[in-house]
Design a binder for this molecule. Structure first.
Ligand code: FAD
Ligand code: NDP
Length: 426
């Protein structure tokens, strides 16, 4: 025997929190919605973990960043779920799913059935072991995906103040953690295989700006190589990092940010997959009509780029969450999800935003020495992507608006000289 719900969400992260909010706005009745999460805490704004959570002074701690504070809406503390008749099952994993029978089996042995299922299982951090490097579970090697990881990182960071931190990976986690480590008084070396940081998004010119800024804060970069092994001391802690180029870096702690893998395993062989995620249509509906997927785990049609993509960013998770609830509750009134990709980061005193697609030719503009610069990407004669560091709210809005319209660009030199002004003229 088990329990039955009209709506079940697997996963208790960003997408789940925003979907719950939307269900309540849409008037879901008490007892209709159940959320099952492996994490022991109610859904929270995951981006806080690499930013406010790591601050040495007045760090962010739960309950202050439960969803949906990230969009200045009400904060959904655990009691909110209770007050709204939402069954919030925490600290419990769904260990198998049967989409034909519409049932889930939890790690505690309960069977839960649904009419509509939303898969919001997010992703897991890639482990070094998957690249053949053994960490031997050393206590000073840190990953960052959830609150438990963040607590461990904070403990290690505080106990190694003044020491050497090696950051593996030059992506989002690497860049944001390196900045936090510096702020916490560690000497940081970043190691990554590419020739520049944030290689999948930044142009070499943009990357050079951030790398120089980080260097001015004391960060060292070792590029074009990967780590091959660790040295351990007698108490099982890592004390050095060995690189493929033959060099050795002393390390009092190591932070790893080498990418993620979507948590799709419950549905392998049951749902169609694409781009490593669960393939959904513009209503976030999978190949099984009762199962929907949102957030990091979903590969959805990004209309504006004309491709199915999986996006690993919070704005996408939030908006898809709102869309899926509408698509389930009012299918006739809900159109296709029409999403403009939006990525951002904040490090030190810097802050950037990106909209659209970083494909095609690039034009840079602004003052790279004065921390107010940007770039436009043009593909097949149209503006498809835009980036801005240090913008105001109005400037970012103008950029987003212009990028969404995909205007035709006749003259690249003219675009370059107009710079940000161009976005206001579209
Ligand atoms: P998640 O928020 O990861 O939630 C997935 C949930 O599913 C988790 O609670 C997990 O425990 C649960 N789960 C998984 N499998 C099961 C199972 N079998 N049973 C039960 N529960 C399960 N994006 C930005 O745009 N800007 C940022 O600044 C930013 N900062 C970030 C900082 C960090 C440290 C991290 C890790 C990510 C950051 N991101 C950022 C990315 C953003 O947080 C994710 O894109 C977003 O959280 C995706 O939401 P989600 O709900 O799909 O997945
Ligand atoms: P990213 O994909 O951003 O970056 C991973 C980095 O690690 C890349 O530079 C990658 O290089 C490199 N790498 C891959 N394999 C190795 C290896 N074996 N050794 C050394 N380096 C390696 O992932 P992150 O881990 O940084 O971020 C995890 C998730 O968190 C992502 O979904 C990200 O979107 C999200 N996040 C987002 C933030 C934001 O939007 N502001 C902030 C923090 C996290 P290559 O490209 O060659 O594979």
């Amino acid at each position: 025997m088990g329990r039955a719900f009209v709506y079940v969400i697997i996963g208790g992260g960003v997408a789940a929190g925003y979907a719950a909010h939307e269900f309540v706005q849409a008037g879901v009745s008490s007892g209709e919605l159940c959320i099952i999460s492996e994490e022991p805490v109610a859904p929270y704004e995951r981006p806080a973990l690499s930013k406010g959570y790591l601050l040495p002074e007045a760090p962010a701690r739960l309950p202050s960043f439960h969803c949906c504070v990230g969009t200045n809406e009400e904060r959904l503390a655990p009691k909110w779920y209770n007050e709204n008749g939402i069954e919030l099952i925490l600290g419990n994993r769904v260990k198998s799913a049967d989409v034909r029978r519409k049932t889930l089996l939890t790690a505690t042995g309960e069977t839960i059935s649904y009419k509509y299922l939303i898969v919001a299982t997010g992703a897991r951090a890639l482990k070094l072991e998957e690249f053949g490097v053994n960490t031997l579970d050393a206590p000073n090697v840190c990953y960052l995906r959830d609150v438990a990881d963040a607590d461990r990182l904070v403990d290690v960071m505080q106990s190694r103040s003044g020491g050497q931190a090696v950051v593996i990976g030059g992506g989002y986690i690497g860049m944001e953690c390196a900045a936090s480590l510096v702020i916490n008084n560690l000497n940081v070396t970043m190691v990554f295989p590419e020739a520049q940081c944030m290689a999948r998004l930044f142009t070499p010119k943009i990357a050079a700006f951030y790398e120089e800024f980080y260097q001015s804060k004391g960060v060292k970069f070792v590029k074009g190589t990967v780590l091959t092994s660790f040295d351990f001391n007698s108490d099982g802690k890592v004390c050095a990092v060995n690189l493929r180029d033959g060099s050795k870096l002393p390390a009092d702690m190591v932070v790893i940010g080498i990418g993620i893998r979507p948590n799709t395993s419950l549905f392998e062989g049951q749902l169609t997959m694409e781009k490593g995620g669960i393939k959904v249509n513009g209503k976030m509906q999978s190949s099984n009509s009762s199962v929907y997927a949102i957030g990091d785990v979903a590969a959805f049609p990004v209309k504006i780029v004309g491709e199915t993509r999986r996006l690993e960013h919070v704005d996408s998770a939030r908006r898809a969450a709102r869309h899926v609830v509408s698509a389930i509750i009012e299918p006739e009134k809900t159109g296709e999800f029409d999403y403009l990709p939006f990525f951002y980061s904040r490090v030190f005193t810097l802050s950037w935003q990106f909209y659209g697609d970083n494909a095609g030719e690039v034009v840079h503009f602004g003052d790279f020495s004065g921390h107010a610069f940007g770039a436009y990407w043009m593909n097949k004669g149209h503006l498809v992507g835009s980036f801005l560091e240090g913008g105001t709210k109005e400037q970012y809005e103008a950029l987003a608006q212009a990028t969404r319209l995909k205007p035709k660009i006749e003259d690249l030199a003219e675009l370059e000289s107009q710079g940000l002004e161009y976005a206001f003229s579209v």
